[in-house]
Design a binder for this molecule. Structure first.
Ligand code: NAD
Length: 282
């Protein structure tokens, strides 16, 4: 599917968007040299370089024209969205209205509405707030453990710490999901607001061992379980430096989606577990 697949990344001005666009080029896919972005940026910045390719920024008022032109030239177009939670539903609606398959990596927004709009439009989409394949595999494994062995960690005391770049204000959605599995596994009452958010550089480097160069982009999670009598300890940890894992996972999602479109699959909306199940990893 690679040769026929063209990818538009919105927005290449963002940290994730830029990393994904670079991964698209690395994978040998056709990167569309246009990117839909926030209005003011399109006017002020003009274009942004991705691996030597000047990508023209398109503001909201010109996006319909730009998309119509691109779709005419590139029938195998797939859009990737890494924008902001406030833009999720509006952008998805725009892709749906244009019959454009998309990979939605952006978190937040109204997720129920997002699924409903996508279903109603009939477009193919991968919607995943976590694109890191190995993290998703871990998350899914914990869920399976909880389903298969409910109460296996009955009475254990849980503590959770997650460290992310200072600009991430909310608690990690992935950590919240994993806590839900631990709840089913029977740990002592633990609510998601007990997850410790670490955002201070000294603590990140000193206690969580985050490398200094990763302070502006990392995801370090530690889940610690202690038995009621304190004689047994379990620790699960996933420490991600940078954004490459998400960017590469997104390219896998694009290739997976391209193959589903090609085979005219009945199912049209997928998540990263579907991508993993298909063995669709390079
Ligand atoms: P960022 O602030 O660096 O980039 C966001 C970009 O979106 C900016 O360039 C901004 O101009 C642009 N934008 C804002 N409104 C827009 C609109 N209406 N249309 C088009 N573009 C618009 O943020 P980031 O760190 O790149 O994160 C982006 C999103 O990706 C967040 O929701 C984050 O939580 C999510 N994320 C998801 C994963 C994953 O694995 N799925 C991984 C990391 C981050």
């Amino acid at each position: 599917c690679r040769a026929e697949t063209s990818v538009m990344v919105n927005a290449c001005t963002g940290k994730m968007g830029h990393a994904v666009a670079e991964a698209v080029v690395r994978a040998g896919l056709d990167l569309i040299p246009f990117s839909i972005t926030g209005e003011s940026e399109a006017v002020v910045v003009g274009n942004v370089g991705v691996s030597g390719i000047p990508v023209q920024l398109v503001g909201a008022d010109k996006r319909q024209q730009a998309i119509s032109d691109i779709m005419r030239d590139k029938p195998g177009l797939i859009v990737v969205d890494f924008t902001l939670p406030g833009a999720v539903n509006e952008n998805a609606k725009f892709y749906c209205d244009n019959g454009l398959p998309f990979v939605m990596g952006t978190t937040g927004g109204d997720r129920v509405q997002l699924t409903r709009d996508t279903e109603e439009s009939g477009v193919y989409a991968v919607i995943a707030p976590q694109m890191g394949k190995q993290v998703v595999a871990f998350q899914a494994t914990m869920e399976m453990m909880a389903q298969n062995f409910p109460g296996a960690f009955s009475g254990y005391k849980l503590s959770v710490r997650e460290s992310h770049q200072r600009t991430k204000v909310d608690t990690s959605g992935t950590a919240k999901e994993i806590v839900r599995s631990f709840q089913q596994l029977g740990v002592e009452p633990f609510e998601v607001d007990a997850i410790q958010r670490v955002r201070e550089a000294g603590q990140q480097m000193g206690e969580m061992h985050v490398p200094e160069k990763a302070l502006s982009g990392h995801a370090f999670h530690t889940y610690h379980l202690t038995s009621p009598d304190g004689t047994v300890n379990f620790e699960f940890q996933h420490n991600v430096v940078g954004r490459e894992i998400y960017a590469e996972g997104t390219v896998d999602a694009v290739l997976f989606l391209a193959s589903k479109i090609k085979e005219k699959a009945e199912q049209r909306i997928f998540n990263m577990v579907d991508v993993l199940r298909a063995g669709a990893m390079r």
